[in-house]
Design a protein around this ligand. Structure first.
Ligand code: NAD
Length: 417
């Protein structure tokens, strides 16, 4: 089989799918399954990315019980992993009636222009031309400027590198309700020729930074000792201490946070890779650290906090092309991107708390395995009629494995025949 499919992009979706069907020996059912759509049509998909042959669905669950800044909010989450929606809902329930408090910074994103071979005095020249640079950048996005956004400031940094000194110009752009990557990239590209002319340096990269240190969301919640128990609080603090000192644990600690954040990003049509990159880079600024923190207050209650970069949008990108994204925003009942970022931060904190509580209490597998057992049954080849019976038997025997699922399945089928 060859993968250099010249002209593939020029085919219709149907033609592409037929080609892949033949090349990969897909059955009619498989071809139909991958080409089938939900509410994201093939026409829309074909306009969103390249070489489209189908769409992928994910379960959407609603996280309940959240109160964010005094408002009850239902939170749609798109995710394939069991227990994440339940974990968030349960953690939120335990914060009621107060719920979460959350806030965010101004939506300021950073764009980078890399200058090489910069002559002495470059930094000073750039700072002196700040107003002119802002004018050039803002001339590229009158919509954003009319809304109160646009380029606001700049910073110049210098770093040694294996290729010599690099001068980096950061443009600081208020992106309002957009994630801002396209807006910022366009500005970087239009400023670069001016910077070359101004300084005599050579411009190389012109692109947004996902390390959004000026665009942060913060959230906080209190889990009372009467509600979760003093012993659990001590154990959660122990578990948090490990994440503070050990990157092996910290990676998993932060992954648990991103379970919730990504699920909100995906359902709202946001770029979850950008959220991931931003979160982990932010966590690494002073050595890799947890994105959440836990302390005990004077009452002995557990105070959980999160601070996380939040380059999210409610306009732009894929948000307009994907009907689900708009419906999710309607369910969330939000008007501005900062509210979405704050809610996502609350979900991240809730999922982190839920995971810690489960791990220190009974271990994560007990609750997890119920839904996971169904996946195992399917992996063993059970159809949707057989899967519940196989799952039930595995749970009853507390033996959850593909091998045991196959054994049960064989017995079931031999009884039938
Ligand atoms: P966009 O360009 O589609 O939309 C932003 C534009 O919408 C603004 O520039 C503005 O002109 C207009 N707008 C209208 N109403 C607005 C409002 N209320 N607030 C703000 N702007 C408003 O999208 P974007 O947000 O600039 O870029 C997001 C996309 O860029 C995502 O799809 C992302 O995947 C992609 N991307 C990401 C990276 C990265 O993260 N490194 C790089 C390249 C592209």
């Amino acid at each position: 089989m060859k993968s250099d499919l010249s002209g593939f992009y020029e085919l219709t979706v149907e033609e592409r799918l037929n080609k892949i069907k033949k090349m990969c020996s897909l059955t009619n059912e498989e071809t139909e399954a991958i080409g089938k759509t939900g509410c994201l049509s093939l026409i829309s998909s074909d306009r969103m990315i390249e070489n489209v042959i189908g769409t992928l669905e994910l379960p959407i669950g609603i996280a309940t019980n959240f109160i964010v800044n005094g408002r009850d909010v239902l939170i749609p989450m798109a995710i394939e992993e069991p227990s994440v929606v339940a974990g968030a809902s349960n953690a939120a329930k335990l914060t009621r009636p107060t719920g979460f408090t959350a806030k965010s910074t101004e939506p300021l994103m950073i764009g980078q222009i890399q200058l090489m071979d910069a002559p002495p005095g470059t930094k000073e020249k750039i700072y002196a031309a700040k107003d002119k640079i802002i004018n050039i950048a803002n001339g590229k996005d009158s919509t954003l400027v009319k809304l109160g956004g646009g380029m606001k400031n700049l910073e110049v940094r210098e770093l040694p590198s294996p290729r010599g000194k690099i001068t980096i110009v950061h443009i600081i752009v208020n992106v309002q309700d957009a994630m801002g990557a396209n807006a910022v990239n366009t500005m970087c590209e239009c400023i670069a020729p001016f910077l070359e002319e101004l300084t005599g340096a050579r411009a190389v990269l012109k692109i947004i930074s996902n390390l959004a240190i000026y665009h942060l969301a913060k959230a906080e919640a209190i889990w009372k000792k009467e509600v979760i128990g003093e012993d659990i609080i001590e154990r959660i603090l122990d578990a948090y201490a490990l994440a503070q000192v050990d990157p092996f644990r910290c990676a998993t600690h932060n992954k648990g946070i991103m379970n919730g954040v990504d699920a909100v990003m995906i359902v709202t049509g946001n770029d979850f890779r950008a959220a991931e990159a931003g979160a982990h880079a932010f966590a690494s600024i002073n050595g890799y650290k947890p994105l959440t923190s836990y302390t005990k207050n004077n009452n002995g209650d557990l105070v959980g906090k999160i601070e996380i970069p939040m380059g999210v949008g409610i306009v732009g990108g894929a948000i307009n092309s994907n009907p689900i994204a708009k419906i999710a925003l309607k369910i969330l009942g939000i008007k501005h991107a900062n509210e979405l970022g704050e809610i996502a931060a609350c979900v991240g904190l809730a999922n982190n708390f839920a995971a810690l509580r489960a791990i220190v209490k009974e271990g994560i597998q007990r609750g997890h395995m119920k839904l996971h057992a169904n996946n195992i049954a399917l992996a063993a080849g059970a159809n949707h009629e057989e899967a519940p019976k196989v799952t039930q038997e595995m749970l009853k025997e507390n033996k959850i494995s593909v091998a045991y699922a196959s054994e049960i399945l064989n017995k079931l089928r031999s009884k039938k025949n």
